[in-house]
Design a protein around this ligand. Structure first.
Ligand code: AMP
Length: 252
């Protein structure tokens, strides 16, 4: 069974992003980029499925600018067998979920995987939409927020955290599953595997060749920093605090 994993290149989660002064977006100059953390989990799961003899091939795919090849090399170092970049132009940096889903659907047509794993959300835009749209476009079953994934024969069973407990969902393959952080702990790529990954196939295709309109449908009106916190009040004693609370004054 072939497993396709969608991996997005995003600003590294440890970086404190800053809004540009003119409000036109976040400043990406000299910022460290990484694989989207949820996609790392998706990839780890696919590699474990291969190691368990359930998956026959793991293909990592990214839609992005040329530099996304670095992200795909990381995916290869973590254990993907091969990678595909659907390259977009520099000016098209953040392709919206519907366009990503359409491109992925076209690639699914070419690659014919039985399972597509995606992250539950990309941490740069928090859309949480691509997997659902992809399943809709393909007419496939989908499960979201998987914190456990088991495959047996022609079906998959996922566990999802819901209010007050866990919910198990059975779905027929082929399917799209979006994964949550709790599913597993991704491995670090060893130096040896980073070296080996350099020789693994990474196919670069032009996204434009798919004939899909990737023009944005949303207009970002403004990006700005959250308001700073008000300065706190220092009180002399607990009695003072109680007095303040009783008088209904705001204590910050
Ligand atoms: P989103 O709907 O943007 O929050 O993204 C959800 C998931 O879709 C991500 O975790 C990725 O697995 C996948 N995805 C979104 N955008 C891309 C992209 N440009 N390239 C590859 N995968 C993507």
């Amino acid at each position: 069974m072939k497993v396709l994993v969608a991996v997005k290149r995003v600003v590294d989660p440890s970086v404190r992003v800053r809004a540009k002064q003119d409000g036109s977006g976040v400043d990406l100059a000299n910022v460290k980029m990484s694989i989207n953390p949820f996609d790392e989990v998706a990839l780890e799961q696919a590699v474990r499925l291969k190691e368990a003899g359930v998956a026959s091939e793991v293909v990592a795919v990214s839609i992005g600018v040329r530099e996304a090849q670095e992200t795909l090399r990381t995916a290869l170092a973590m254990g993907a067998d091969r990678a595909i970049l659907l390259e977009v132009l520099e000016g098209q940096r953040d392709i919206e979920p519907l366009s990503v889903a359409k491109l992925l659907a076209a690639l699914v047509g070419q690659e014919q995987p039985r399972l597509v794993l995606v992250g539950k959300q990309a941490i740069d835009n928090d859309m949480n939409a691509t997997g659902q749209m992809l399943a809709g476009l393909l007419g496939w079953a989908q499960a979201t927020y998987a914190s456990k994934l088991e495959l047996a024969g022609d079906s998959a069973v996922t566990t999802q955290e819901v209010d007050g407990g866990l919910r198990k969902v059975k779905l027929k393959l082929p399917a799209v599953v979006s994964v949550d952080l709790r599913l597993n702990e991704p491995r670090y790529a060893s130096l040896m595997n980073i070296m080996k990954a350099k020789k693994k196939p990474l196919d670069v295709k032009s996204a434009a060749d798919f004939g899909i309109d990737v023009a944005p449908r949303l207009t970002v009106l403004k990006t700005y920093e959250p308001a700073g916190r008000k300065a706190g009040t220092k009180l002399a004693s607990v009695d003072d605090l109680i007095q303040k609370l009783k008088s209904g004054l705001e204590v910050s």
